[in-house]
Design a protein around this ligand. Sequence first.
Ligand SMILES: O=C1C[C@@](O)(C(=O)O)C[C@@H](O)[C@@H]1O
Length: 150
Amino acid sequence: MSTMKTALVLNGPNLNLLGMREPQVYGTKTLADVEQICAQACAAHGLVLDFRQSNHEGVLVDWIHEAGRMQAAGTLAGVVLNAGAYTHTSVALHDAIKGTGVPAVELHISNVHVREAFRHHSYIAPAARAVLCGFGVQGYALAIAGLLDW
Ligand SMILES: O=C1C[C@@](O)(C(=O)O)C[C@@H](O)[C@@H]1O
């Protein structure tokens, strides 16, 4: 019997505010709603969901290291990472993805390329296997579906 693999969905700073935070940009769905969307996508694709959020960069680094151990154990389908603002600042997250070799999707709810110039650069993208942005919270389901072929 083959073990079901895990989709590790990591959310960074301020994503706990989803629903009330700039709804014209991010919509009115809450992070709990996003977790539901992810749970449905994982159930449909035979994956186990591990869904987390932290406002702390080092915690996100630790979780990517944990993903590396899951990968070594053969239990990781992939990481879906919405690093929030750390996308645009964090060499540490870049290094964590590179250092562990985990397959990761960089995900954004909004289309960061039509927004402020400081959101156009990503430290995550060169370390990620795929990048997805602008599909709203449904992007999480698309990203999870994308893990299947990895
Ligand atoms: O916190 C966020 C959310 C975001 O990652 C998104 O999902 O669209 C885009 C980032 O620029 C921003 O800092």
